[in-house]
Design a protein around this ligand. Structure first.
Ligand SMILES: Cc1cc2nc3c(=O)[nH]c(=O)nc-3n(C[C@H](O)[C@H](O)[C@H](O)COP(=O)(O)OP(=O)(O)OC[C@H]3O[C@@H](n4cnc5c(N)ncnc54)[C@H](O)[C@@H]3O)c2cc1C
Ligand code: FES
Ligand code: FES
Length: 495
């Protein structure tokens, strides 16, 4: 590790194997490091910065939350995002600023977020506190006047076992009334450390590549068809921290320019394979408000700041949420292998448990979500044990078109029920051509049993899952009858 003054010489600027980032206003260069070493391990074990804590090491508790500042893709300044350092690999810091709880203290003076936590007695044992501070710091920097719901959402990924949330929320509501401190704008410094050649690390037989464009990515995947593609690492990170897998070749997509593009065309929302959930979700929800609650309950802000839709779709977990929603609106994927691209429908992409249509060396370039049509009602529901930051026991989505009281088109998809997320074809057939009535829905509920062989696990038994999916369909029907019902079902939370 080398610490360099930013004004000084960048001694190894041309070295493709050196990870460079900013910490406390200084340039840090790291080389000769295991590329799957986590940011948390690096902070605690290498730098001995012990403020950032380890609770679960799987992105669930928020004790390890840090904030990353990175250049906006539109070139307009810097954006700050909370992430879980326990599942972020160190090389993904390259070109960014890392902010930890220690970074916030200015001499003897506490940051307003820290001061509010002290003033309102928002910490007891203190183990969770650095994580809460960092999530609140990200909120403080991005939203100067947060309301209660903004605070609840910002803290969805932080667990406190002893203080209780009331004083923490009070501190969050009050932090903005303390004398303001603005985080230094490091746009110029970050521009200086953007690299001209892509990062390539080799460490004791392990390799890490961070290609800068699609052609480079495609060619690397041809060279290493068995490589692990890494996007946000919110699935892959756990393979290392929980399953202790050794990843020999890792290819990171976070710097591939084309994969980071997000645009709305005349017909589609076009989302690059490395666009994060935090970037994509507002656009998706703007066009499909019926997906709002589902994506608000998708993990937590730190996970959504790192995790991508491409990763969610490619990982293909039976409990993945985005595929359920996207399947009913006719989403397709653009895949690339070498120089060849092909389009596939998301419906049909999954063959079996965690098995999809991707061939060796092939990757998701773009996700194409058709824009909504005026006459279709689109909605989704997530059923889990906790409102926030919980994996779905059952997730459902619907797209309905009714003409003169008769259903002309109906699509339903379910996640969490069986080995893959899929459409409910028998249920759909039981509804299409029928009047949109309670009797039709009761009949369709019986068909769900023919569509899925529900699984049993610690989240729910097969029987409960089946009943839940039937009740969710009944709920969708009820919502179409009375708009007010939707907010009642949303646990009383109203935007
Ligand atoms: C605490 C926690 C809560 C979570 N909650 C939810 C939840 O509520 N709902 C939910 O659905 N998921 C949830 N997840 C799972 C995870 O966050 C998502 O699946 C996420 O979208 C994965 O994206 P990623 O960018 O982190 O993928 P990564 O972990 O980087 O990669 C996942 C897989 O996709 C592959 N991959 C990535 N990009 C591409 C590409 N462009 N082309 C081909 N393959 C690619 C990788 O090789 C890997 O196999 C949660 C995870 C955690 C840790
Ligand atoms: S240690 Fe629990 S989220 Fe990272
Ligand atoms: S203060 Fe003890 S866990 Fe939150």
């Amino acid at each position: 590790m080398v610490l360099l003054d930013l004004q000084g010489q960048l001694r190894r600027m041309s070295d493709a194997a050196v990870i460079r980032f900013i910490l406390d206003g200084e340039l840090i260069e790291v080389d000769n490091v295991d590329p799957t070493r986590t940011v948390l391990q690096y902070l605690r074990e290498d730098l001995r910065r012990m403020g950032t804590k380890e609770g679960c090491a799987e992105g669930d508790c928020g004790a390890c939350t840090v904030v990353l500042a990175e250049l906006r893709r539109d070139g307009k300044g810097v954006e700050l995002k909370a992430v879980n350092s326990c599942i972020q690999f160190l090389p993904t810091l390259d070109g960014k600023e890392l902010i930890t709880v220690e970074s916030l203290v200015n001499g003897e003076e506490l940051h307003p977020v820290q001061k509010a936590m002290v003033d309102y007695h928002a910490s007891q044992c203190g183990f969770c506190t650095p994580g809460f501070i960092m999530s609140l710091f990200a909120l403080y920097e991005t939203n100067p006047n947060p309301d209660r719901l903004d605070i609840d959402d910002a803290l969805a990924g932080n667990l406190c076992r002893c203080t209780g949330y009331r004083p923490i929320i009070t501190a969050a509501l009050e932090m903005g009334f303390l004398p303001r401190q603005t985080w230094p704008d490091r746009t110029m410094a970050l521009k200086k450390i953007q690299r001209k050649e892509s990062l390539q690390i080799e460490y004791q037989g392990r390799r890490f590549f961070a290609p800068e464009n699609c052609a480079e990515l495609a060619s690397l995947l041809q060279q290493y068809p068995g490589a692990t593609m890494l996007a946000g690492g919110t699935d892959v990170g756990l393979w290392v921290t929980k399953q202790h897998r050794e990843l020999d070749v890792v290819i990171y997509t976070g710097k591939v320019a084309e994969l980071c593009e997000l645009q709305v065309t005349a017909t589609h929302i076009d989302i690059g394979g490395a666009v994060t959930l935090s970037e994509a979700v507002p656009i998706v929800v703007e066009h499909y408000p019926g997906f709002d609650e589902l994506f608000r309950r998708f993990a937590s802000p730190p996970i959504r700041n790192a995790g991508t839709l491409g990763g969610n779709i490619a990982n293909g977990s039976p409990i993945g949420d985005s595929m359920t929603a996207f399947m009913v609106v006719g989403t397709s994927l653009v895949l690339r292998c070498g120089d060849a691209e092909r389009d596939v429908m998301l419906d049909g992409f999954y063959h079996d448990y965690m098995t999809n249509d991707l061939q060796p060396g092939e990757f998701v370039v773009r996700i194409k979500i058709p824009l909504p049509t005026e006459n279709a009602v689109v909605s989704s529901q997530k059923w889990s044990k906790r409102f926030d930051q919980d994996i779905s026991a059952v997730c459902t989505a619907y797209r309905l078109v009714v003409d003169d009281g008769t259903v002309s088109s109906f699509r339903m998809a379910c996640g969490g029920l069986a080995a893959t997320v899929s459409r409910a074809r028998n249920t759909e057939a039981a509804v299409v051509g029928q009047p949109w009535t309670e009797a039709t829905i009761e009949n369709a509920c019986q068909a769900i049993a023919a569509d899925f062989a529900p699984i049993s696990d610690m989240r729910a038994s097969a029987n409960i899952r089946l009943q839940a999916s039937q009740n969710m369909l009944r709920r969708f029907f009820a919502e179409t009858q009375d708009e007010e019902l939707e907010t009642v079902y949303m646990y009383g939370r109203q935007r």
